[in-house]
Design a protein around this ligand. Structure first.
Ligand code: ADP
Ligand code: MG
Length: 700
């Protein structure tokens, strides 16, 4: 008996060779075939009258077989036209075959044999009319042996599968069909534990599998896809809810009371009011911190949305209660920048902050000083880079870990797993806006707060696609006005050297030509951290008017006086990189300008640049990015090991994700081990689907 885990070679018509070709598609057993969904469909629901067979680019005809005519087209290419009649007229079913012109082999043997005159043929293909005759270049055909026999692959909507070498559509179709026949009925189904939602009727997984492969209508296919996606997302969200619970299993030791002896003075000395979104974020975080379980929260907010002060509020709550905090940043520049900001904001408050990076820890006396301050607990706030992970950094009572721009680390779990603290509260921050739906799956094991508004009074950056000299002239005008500018070049690898301009070479040229009256600084990735810091500091202090750089400035740099950015070879950058770069300007009181310079060679690049000129909203840009690139590639830049979905669609099914997330949470709260009998299938599905994802707990 064929079961879900039976190897595909046990299915009818599949030998070892085809089994190998299927394995290349990741299809090993009958269950895999069931969820190998079509990438599109062919509408073969009805045959058109042959007299109309040229009106659609593709069509289906059905008729009586007549004579065949064979012709040589060129050396090696032959064609066979077969007459097909219905009561409206005649069309030729046309086949092309290659053959060695000196060989005697008849490449049309099997076709001629099948197309027996007098029998009925069903034809699907590309319709053409030529000099008064109609032709269908045959894509698929079927011969009815008896006049009233029902065709297998006609009179219906037919699935078209992503093709692969060694497997044609017919083979794939037959394999899937036989898997459906033999095994669809035993596909795990959880429709009875999911409550009704919207138009998604309670279709059992067996039925949705059938209807995705063989829908009656296109609407029916979409209905079935949504129903299957619902189960798929529900399984994922349950796994994520279990994982969240596992993190929270251990109560923490640290207790916080809102004393306000640091928080209030901090707030009073800020020159601005928190935005509504910042207040909500602070509320969420404080609530987490005061809970008996450790915080595990992701704070997501577009560049410039003001995440730093939110994080600092959390840090001060910890400090008020006598606990130490760590703020980890991905680069030395960013760590130093945080250190400067934080020191400024906390100036005069009785609190000690240190910067711990490989630079500041280099000199022995400094190092001993810094490390002993952290170990004794005299230092309450430690800001640094991954140097903080090192063993020699010991804390007295570390309770809160803030990780900025976590996607840059790719190691956020490392911080979580640190044994520098017992069940610390963890706050991750990211400015890589990803669509909500995607965030809920990627960061699904964390609670999430989104800062979805920018501080009032920000002037949106105006972005243009511009020629180089126009961009330079506009820049000069801004410099005359007291502004500063960034000019950014892509990172260059050897193979690009001839075609692309590089920061180092251009800095030299530009400082002697266009910008000879201005001070030009250069920042690139190969510089030592100390050098980079030095250049950044000088730019911030207005010792340079222009900073020419590679993308090292992408993250976190805050120079409000910079109001122009020129992005060279802008067509080379992805949307999110462009958005991050642009986030460096528009931070001050002046109107800022971003010029995208480049030669656009393909449609995708043109689309990216167009989007950039139209919106400043990081989430909108992320949605577009998702639409253009698909989740797999987008996630590559955010996190690896992201689960793929068979039927689920992160754009179309955002509502389902929302719904299943809430319901999964309820279910797991009520049955944290999925011990109830009615949850056993759910448990099976989680293990089946996610046993390889270390992140998602195995519920055993
Ligand atoms: P990001 O979220 O990109 O890390 P930052 O925390 O660096 O943003 O904040 C960007 C700038 O906005 C900083 O100069 C910060 O002082 C300022 N800022 C933060 N919150 C507000 C606010 N509510 N009103 C005005 N300015 C703010
Ligand atoms: Mg920041």
């Amino acid at each position: 008996m064929i079961q879900l885990d039976s190897g595909v070679q046990y299915l009818k018509g599949i030998g070892p060779k085809r089994a190998q070709a299927f394995a290349k598609l990741g299809i090993k057993n009958a269950g895999d075939l069931l969820t190998f969904f079509p990438s599109q469909y062919q509408d073969r629901t009805r045959a058109v009258p042959i007299s109309d067979a040229y009106k659609l680019p593709q069509c289906c005809i059905c008729g009586r077989i007549g004579k065949s005519h064979e012709r040589k087209l060129s050396m090696g290419l032959f064609l066979l036209d077969i007459e097909i009649f219905d009561n409206t007229g005649m069309a030729y079913a046309r086949f092309f075959r290659k053959k060695n012109p000196y060989s005697k082999i008849d490449v049309f043997t099997s076709i001629k044999k099948a197309f027996e005159p007098g029998k009925t043929a069903y034809i699907y293909g590309d319709a053409k009319s030529e000099i008064g005759a109609r032709y269908i270049a045959v894509n698929d055909y079927e011969i009815a042996d008896l006049p009233d026999a029902k065709p297998a692959a006609f009179n219906k909507i037919i699935p078209v599968y992503p093709a692969t070498e060694g497997l044609n559509q017919k083979t794939i179709r037959e394999a899937v069909k036989s898997a459906l026949d033999m095994a669809a009925g035993s596909y795990p189904d959880i429709s009875d534990i999911i409550p009704g939602f919207k138009e998604i009727s309670k279709i059992k997984s067996c039925d949705s599998l059938w209807k995705i492969h063989y829908p009656d209508t296109y609407e029916g296919a979409e209905r079935a896809r949504r129903a299957f996606a619902m189960q798929e997302f529900f399984v994922l969200e349950t796994a994520l809810a279990l994982s969240r619970n596992a993190v929270k299993k251990n109560p923490k030791k640290q207790k916080y009371e809102i004393k306000k002896n640091l928080l209030t003075p901090f707030r009073e000395r800020l020159k601005f009011e928190f935005t509504k979104a910042q207040k909500k974020a602070i509320n969420d975080i404080f609530e987490d911190m005061r809970d008996i379980h450790p915080m595990n929260r992701m704070l997501m907010g577009d560049v410039g949305s003001g995440k730093t002060v939110v994080a600092l509020s959390a840090v001060l709550l910890a400090a008020e209660n006598g606990f130490q905090s760590m703020i980890a940043a991905p680069t030395e520049i960013l760590a130093e920048q945080h250190f400067l900001t934080v020191s400024n904001m906390l100036d005069g408050l009785n609190i000690k902050t240190v910067l711990a990076t490989s630079s500041t820890l280099k000199k022995k006396s400094d190092r001993e000083n810094i490390l002993s301050g952290i170990e004794s607990g005299q230092t309450q706030i430690v800001i640094g880079t991954h140097a903080l992970i090192e063993d020699r950094v010991k804390f007295k009572n570390l309770a809160l870990i803030v990780v900025d721009e976590q996607h840059r680390f790719g190691v956020m779990q490392k911080y979580a797993a640190l044994d520098k603290a017992d069940n610390p509260d963890i706050l991750m921050m990211t400015a890589t806006p990803i669509p909500r739906a995607l965030a809920m799956t990627v960061y699904g094991e964390m609670d999430m707060t989104v800062i979805d508004e920018l501080p009032a009074g920000r002037i949106p950056v105006k972005t243009f696609f511009a020629g180089e000299s126009a961009a330079y002239n506009k820049t000069i005008a801004e410099l005359k006005n007291g502004g500063q500018a960034y000019i950014v070049y892509p990172l260059i690898d050897e193979s690009d050297k001839i075609v692309l301009k590089s920061a180092a070479v251009e800095a030299e040229k530009l400082s002697l030509s266009y910008f000879k009256d201005y001070k030009v600084g250069l920042l690139h990735g190969k510089m030592k951290p100390a050098e980079k810091n030095d250049i950044m500091k000088k730019f911030k202090n207005k010792e340079f008017d222009i900073l020419i750089s590679t993308t090292v400035i992408e993250v976190g740099i805050d120079v409000p006086n910079a109001s122009v950015m020129i992005i060279q070879h802008a067509d080379r950058f992805g949307l999110s990189a462009l958005h991050q770069l642009r986030g460096r300007i528009g931070r001050g009181k002046k109107q800022s300008y971003c010029f995208l310079v480049g030669s656009v060679k393909n449609e995708a690049a043109a689309k990216r640049l167009e989007i950039m000129t139209k919106t400043n909203n990081g989430f909108e840009i992320a949605e577009e990015d998702l639409r253009m690139r698909g989740p797999g590639e987008l996630m590559g830049t955010v996190q690896h090991g992201f689960p793929e979905f068979k039927a689920g669609d992160l754009i179309k099914d955002a509502d389902i994700i929302d719904f299943t997330k809430d319901f999964a949470k309820k279910l797991v709260d009520e049955d944290p081990k999925l011990a109830k009998k009615e949850h056993s299938v759910l448990k099976t599905l989680i293990n089946l689907r996610y046993s390889n994802h270390a992140k998602l707990v195995n519920v055993g």
